[in-house]
Ligand binder design. Structure first.
Ligand SMILES: [Zn+2]
Ligand SMILES: [Zn+2]
Length: 312
C-alpha cells in the first residue's frame, strides 16, 4: 500500500499546495487505486505521477466544499478520454450525486463507463474479501466524514516443504493452498490449507479524516490505526480560530493520534499562511505531543512496508 498526496492545501490552491486529494494505491493488494477527495486540478497533479486514471475505481469524498470536489468533473471526463471503461464508484455525502450528474449533464459530458454513487452514512460503506471501509461524521461547518480503511488478515506463508511431504505436486495446487483453499490429491487424500500455511498476518489500518475540529469521532476512527491522516489548518497559537472555523490545529491532530494509540500521523490540509520556514516549528510542535508525525507535501509518497511507514 502506498499513499500519494496530490493536494495538501487548505481552502484554495497556492503555488506550493493544491487543494485536497490523496491517492491510496492498492496495486499490489487488488490492482486498483482509491482516491480520497478530488479538489480542483487533481487531474493536473495526476499528470505528474505514474497513476493511470482508469486504475482509480473508487473515489471517497469527505464533504462538498469546493476544495474537496471541484476537480471531479474534469477528472471524470478525462478518465473517459483516457480509455477508462470499468465501473467507478463514488462515495460521499448527500447531494454529491446530484451535483455530479447535473454538472455532467449541463456541460454535455458523456463518459464511457458507468458511475455508481453511494450516499455515505455512519457505518460500513464498503466491504469485500480484502477490505472494510467505515465512515463516521466529523465536526466541520457542513456535513463531513472521516473514513477508516481496514485490510483484513492476510493468508500466512506457504510451508512448501510440508506440502510436498504430504504429496502435493509443484504447480497450481500450491497456490490454492496458499490462499486458503483445501485440495484433493489424485489419490483421494485431502490436504487442508491450514496444515501447510503459517498463521494469518495482520492487515493495515489507515484513517483518512476530512476537515474537522478536534472531535471524539476522529479518535474513534483512528483507534489503533497504523496511519492517521488528519487536517492541520491552524497551529497552536490560533487554536480558538480553528474551532470557530470547524478546523483543527497541528497539536489537536497530534492529540487525536495519541489518544487513539495510533502508530503514525500525517498532517495535511495545511494553510498557505504558513511559509516553508514556519513548517519546521509547526511539525516540531506536533511531534512534542506525538513523535511519529509527518507533514505531507504535494506529491509526497509513503509506503507501508513491514509494519512501518516509509517516505519514498
Ligand atoms: Zn477543506
Ligand atoms: Zn471544508
Amino acid at each position: 500500500m502506498q499513499l500519494q498526496f496530490l493536494g495538501t492545501g487548505a481552502g484554495m490552491p497556492s503555488k506550493d499546495r493544491n487543494t485536497s486529494a490523496l491517492a491510496v494505491k492498492l496495486l499490489e493488494e487488488c490492482g486498483s487505486i482509491w482516491l480520497f477527495d478530488c479538489g480542483e486540478a487533481t487531474q493536473h497533479q495526476i499528470l505528474h505521477t505514474t497513476i493511470k486514471p482508469r486504475k482509480i475505481d473508487k473515489i471517497f469524498i469527505t464533504h462538498l466544499h469546493g476544495d474537496h470536489i471541484f476537480g471531479l468533473p474534469g477528472f471524470l471526463s478525462s478518465r473517459s478520454f483516457l480509455g477508462g471503461e470499468e465501473l467507478l464508484t463514488i462515495y460521499g455525502p448527500k447531494g454529491l450525486q446530484q451535483w455530479v450528474e447535473q454538472t455532467l449533464k449541463l456541460s454535455n459530458t458523456h463518459v464511457t463507463y458507468s458511475i455508481a454513487f453511494v450516499e455515505v452514512e455512519e457505518g460500513i460503506v464498503f466491504e469485500d474479501s480484502q477490505f472494510i471501509v467505515r465512515a463516521m461524521p466529523l465536526e466541520h461547518v457542513i456535513e463531513c466524514f472521516g473514513y477508516r480503511i481496514e485490510q483484513k488478515a492476510l493468508p500466512g506463508e506457504l510451508l512448501i516443504d510440508k506440502a510436498i511431504q504430504l504429496g502435493v505436486p509443484k504447480g497450481p495446487l500450491l497456490g490454492k493452498l496458499k490462499v486458503g483453499y483445501d485440495i484433493t490429491l489424485d489419490d483421494g487424500s485431502i490436504v487442508l490449507s491450514k496444515e501447510v500455511t503459517s498463521e494469518l498476518k495482520e492487515g493495515f489500518t489507515v484513517t483518512i479524516l476530512g476537515d474537522t475540529k478536534f472531535c471524539s469521532n476522529a479518535i474513534t476512527l483512528a483507534e489503533k490505526a497504523d496511519i492517521v491522516i488528519h487536517e492541520a489548518t491552524f497551529d497552536h497559537s490560533t487554536i480558538e480560530l480553528a474551532a470557530q472555523y470547524g478546523h483543527a490545529t497541528n497539536t489537536e491532530a497530534a492529540k487525536v493520534a495519541q489518544l487513539a494509540n495510533a502508530k503514525y500521523l500525517i498532517l495535511n490540509h495545511i494553510s498557505a499562511r504558513f511559509l516553508k520556514s514556519d513548517l519546521i516549528p509547526f511539525l516540531k510542535e506536533a511531534q512534542e505531543q506525538f513523535p511519529n508525525t509527518f507533514i505531507a507535501n504535494d506529491q509526497t509518497q509513503y509506503e507501508w512496508r513491514q509494519h512501518q511507514l516509509h517516505e519514498l
